[in-house]
Design a protein around this ligand. Sequence first.
Ligand code: HEC
Length: 446
Amino acid sequence: MTMKFLISRKTLPLLGSLFALGLSQANAQDRAITYTEDIAAILFEKCSSCHNPDGIGPMSLLSYEEVRPWAPLISYKVERREMPPWHLDLTVGIQDYKNDVSLSDTQVAKVVNWVENGAPQGDPALMPAQPELPNVGEWQLSSLLGEPNFVVKSPPYNVAANAQDQWWVRNTTFEGLIDKPRYVRATELKGSYPLGVKVLHHGHATLISFDENGNRVSGPVGRQGVGKGGDMFPEGTGMLIYPNGTINWNLHYFPINEVVYQEQAEAAVWLYPEDYEPEFQTRGEQFFAADSGPGGLWANDLVLPPNSIKSLQGVRVLSRPALITSFRPHMHMRGKAQSLEAVYPDGRREMLARVDKYDHSWQINYEFAEDVAPLLPAGTMLMITSTWDNTADNPHNPDHRQWVVFGQRGVDEMSHLWLGITYLNEDQFEQLKAKRSAKLTAANGD
Ligand code: HEC
């Protein structure tokens, strides 16, 4: 029996430890890979949170009977790394993320190998216990933070059963929920349970208010996208909000073949304790485009001829030092790849992150692990490169014979990036830098 390994930097240590296991590993490979002994545990760990009767996955994958008909498609999606949804280019950029749901290369090899050998069930007595499933009617962050301090709701909207994707943009008044300025610790946005969570493709709830001096301040009190969870700022980082304002709801629905009446999206907000002043202030996730003309990046340049592949690139210079905490690419159906690079003031250029299997069905937020989150000096140039594939080779392309231009609908195109960003002053930047190099020195045992 042969095992296929896709070797990447990430798996080299893992392979090393497998070889170190020597004999026992060789024995493990001598027997056939079966559902009950090998595969069920992988699917429970990495797929069942969505592929259960209540989840957003189109089919449940909790038993052999449920899994068997899908085995060939599972192998295909897993080998191409389209499932679980984690569409990063694994060959460049930062690979260490807080919310990494991807399979290890060994797990991919096991699934592929199992299907190549006819997807046998194996001994039913070896079936692992059923996994604990998330309750999609509850706030994900409440397991970490308890109940939110307050919840706000969008105005109701009827989502049609069969139609093009739909936008719902409205304002609601924000008042009476806090009685003085407070710092936000975390936010989460979701459709209502049970159908709203299935139709809300992505959405933003933005609080717009005015500070003591009458200056307009805005920040997200909820951002959702398929495959994206809530947003929790690192301990000691907060976003200041004021008692009176307006919430702008910008919700994008995808019909699911069933009318969803009076759908109301909900945003939950967790606050820091009263009178707590966090060391770092943020305005949350921000829209990043090189040239934000009307409607966003490259609105005028974005013209894709029929049967074409095209890339566009834009830059933004950081006027202050910054810590980048997350990266969320946004394009539409012809989107194929998007990357974020830093060009440092000294001219050095570094690829920070790149998605090479972009799929508009997903709005994944890649959250950098704390020790590797890009810490960038003032003057760094952020370079965003987007690539579109308007040929028949792109399986998400509804029609490669069309000219495609900028627009809101999924069949039109867009390009921008949502970045989790905390601006720092020079002292904070130097402190964080020193803290990191101290950690690195300790880890290297010098
Ligand atoms: C975050 C939720 C989520 C996770 C985790 C997830 N899936 Fe999915 N899966 C979906 C959704 C939603 C779709 C339909 C949209 C799409 O194809 O992207 C889907 C589609 C699929 C399909 C294609 C079905 C079809 O009819 O085209 C397969 C096969 C699949 N998933 C297998 C898996 C496997 C195997 C895993 C774990 C290794 C997994 N998924 C993990 C949500 C998820």
